[in-house]
Design a protein around this ligand. Structure first.
Ligand code: IMP
Length: 193
């Protein structure tokens, strides 16, 4: 029986989303920082989760996530948080739009390949030392300008497939229904049942 979920993150936005999606569970954020030097989301998520030693009745989880843009060969990927300094939405999205306008082909406006996906891997560390991972993906495209005020990171430039609004224009509840983190956390919830 799990009484408490410990989350290894310094990102208050992620923690808020995790609390909203795991509503009902006792969720405690631990501001743990590790060097994210893994080559995959899995490796970084496992490294962060292993930094917490859960007691019986507790679980430790850590999310490693990022944006993969097809025409940039999957960048910024695991480097999403470090793509621009300081990593404000304005800096991250501004740099992404600039890099895409120079590197994503000279097709006429409206015909550029702007497909992208958000990926979230959550590592779960059990008191026994066992580790599992769950993954959530949200496919979509990158807009040509920033839109919306909600969320964080690249939310103002990401439109999920079959929708018109960016994540930053959607309510938090709507983003959670569609997002990579929402998908991964619902898999985690199913495991806990
Ligand atoms: P990390 O998992 O701490 O390495 O950080 C992932 C980075 O990817 C964040 O700092 C954001 O820049 C970006 N990112 C991850 N998930 C989201 C999201 O839901 N919306 C917008 N940006 C995100």
């Amino acid at each position: 029986m799990i009484d408490e979920i410990l989350v290894a993150t310094t990102n208050q936005h992620k923690l808020r989303e995790i609390r909203q999606i795991l509503k009902g569970a006792r969720v405690q954020g631990l501001g743990i920082r590790v060097k994210e030097d893994g080559k995959t989301f899995e490796a970084n998520a496992i490294k962060k989760a292993k930094a917490i030693k859960p007691l019986p009745g507790q679980l430790a989880i850590a999310d490693d996530s990022g944006l993969m843009v097809d025409c940039l060969g999957g960048s910024p990927g695991v480097r999403s948080a470090r793509f621009a300094e300081p990593p404000t939405p304005k800096n991250l999205c501004g740099k992404l739009l600039k890099v895409m306008s120079s590197e994503c082909g000279a097709l006429p406006a409206g015909r550029q390949v702007r497909s992208a996906k958000f990926v979230c891997v959550i590592a779960i560390a059990y008191p026994s030392g066992k580790i599992r991972t769950v993954k959530g993906v949200c496919h979509g495209r990158i807009t040509r300008e920033m839109r919306g005020k909600h969320g964080f990171g690249y939310d103002p430039v990401f439109v999920p497939r079959r929708y018109k609004k960016t994540f930053a224009e959607m309510s938090p509840a709507m983003k959670n229904r569609l997002s990579h983190r929402g998908r991964a956390l619902r898999k985690l919830k199913a495991l806990l049942k």
